[in-house]
Design a protein around this ligand. Structure first.
Ligand code: NAG
Ligand code: NAG
Ligand code: NAG
Ligand code: NAG
Length: 333
């Protein structure tokens, strides 16, 4: 059962590995990948894992440009000059080899996110804005006035927005950081998305700085918060519990195996040492004689075993002698 399952899994892995080996996907990257504004130039690089003949760039699902590459190149570059609103879309690339003629799958898409400085940056506010202690809830509000797009909360040092949400009717998005820890300290800003179908964004607004202090944890938080800063009980407790449980289970199984081995070993030693009953000595054979045998005789075939010789050579036993014993039932017919 287990070997069969193992073989199945192994087989599946091999098939999966050979599939991806035969159909390698290209990968597309954007340079620069962030902080692109209208009017900038960007480069899209398509990395091909095999010597390819042709590389194609797809823009928003449609073929946008095609390049022949020679066999030594593993990258094709596409230049986008003077970025416009309609360039702020998704891009993919694909390559083709000629012998045999074969076209690869598309790469994973890349979003060209562009900042449009003609939109005003959103306003930001922090509450409470000082004396924030571990375990408190903090709200950050961003105002994008009449522009309805989704509002993004950015934190310095993070390339992607940390949160996003639809603003309410008044253009306000309220982000809550529950039970803050020192890890939440940092500088926050907002932006919002404009222009429905394009990846077009407002500039980042003013910053607010959150500083979470460790003194006197409020009720409901651990008395001695973990100094690593990861004090969010509900976040690390289950993980620790699961890890602890697994470790305990492994230790328990190990103990079980070791004690079983020790027990088996002791049994073995006892059996080897027990006097009188030397193992492998010819056992007494008991016969169940059927009663009422007409001849009054029963013939039983006994195979003699030479005691003491554990391993007689093949020549030592040319023909095993057969002993016939006569057993009288003492009851003539
Ligand atoms: C290529 O695309 C096909 C169909 O969409 C998919 O089944 C296959 O897994 C893809 N191959 C790779 C390497 O992504
Ligand atoms: C973009 O490239 C064009 C042509 O190469 C150049 O004239 C222009 O100055 C570049 N723009 C920027 C913002 O670098
Ligand atoms: C933080 O918000 C949660 C959910 O609204 C609430 O249950 C909790 O009491 C709040 N904590 C503090 C310290 O205000
Ligand atoms: C945050 O904004 C203030 C002005 O409001 C500025 O002086 C400060 O340098 C900014 N901090 C960062 C990290 O950009």
């Amino acid at each position: 059962m287990a070997p069969m399952a193992l073989a199945l899994i192994l087989g599946w892995c091999l098939v999966a590995a050979s599939r991806t080996q035969h159909l390698p996907q290209p990968s597309l990257s954007l340079h620069p990948s962030q902080g692109v504004s209208l009017g900038d130039n960007v480069t899209l690089r398509c990395h091909v894992p095999l010597p390819a003949a042709r590389v194609r760039l797809y823009k928003d699902g449609c073929l946008s440009s095609e390049k022949n590459v020679d066999k030594v190149q593993d990258t094709a570059e596409f230049f986008l000059v003077d970025i416009k609103q309609e360039d702020a879309v998704k891009y993919w690339c694909q390559y083709q080899i000629l012998e045999p003629l074969w076209t690869s799958n598309m790469s994973d898409p890349v979003e060209l996110r562009v900042t449009d400085h003609s939109y005003p940056p959103p306003d930001i506010s922090l509450s409470p804005d000082e004396c924030v202690k571990v375990g408190m809830n903090v709200t950050i509000q961003c105002q994008n006035q009449k522009y309805e797009g989704i509002v993004f909360l950015h934190k310095d040092g993070h390339s992607a927005p940390v949160q996003h949400q639809e603003p309410d009717g008044g253009g306000t998005a309220t982000f809550t950081l529950f039970a803050v820890t020192p890890a939440d300290s940092g500088t926050y800003r907002c932006s919002y998305r404009v222009g429905g179908c394009w990846f077009l964004f407002s500039p980042l607004g003013n910053n607010v700085t959150l500083e979470v202090t460790m003194t006197h944890a409020p009720p409901g938080t651990p008395k001695h918060p973990d100094l690593t800063g990861d004090t969010r009980g509900p976040h690390w407790n289950p993980v620790t519990a699961v890890a602890g449980g697994c470790a305990a289970a492994i230790v328990f199984i190990l103990l079980l195996v070791v004690s079983f081995l020790l027990f088996a070993r002791r049994q073995q030693i006892q059996r080897d040492e027990s006097p009188g009953a030397s193992p492998r000595s010819p056992n007494a054979v008991q016969f169940q004689v059927p009663p009422g045998d007409c001849e009054g005789l029963t013939y039983a075939e006994l195979r003699p075993v030479t005691p003491g010789t554990c391993n007689p050579g093949p020549s030592a036993v040319p023909e095993p002698p057969i002993i016939y014993a006569e057993v009288g039932t003492g009851r003539p017919c």
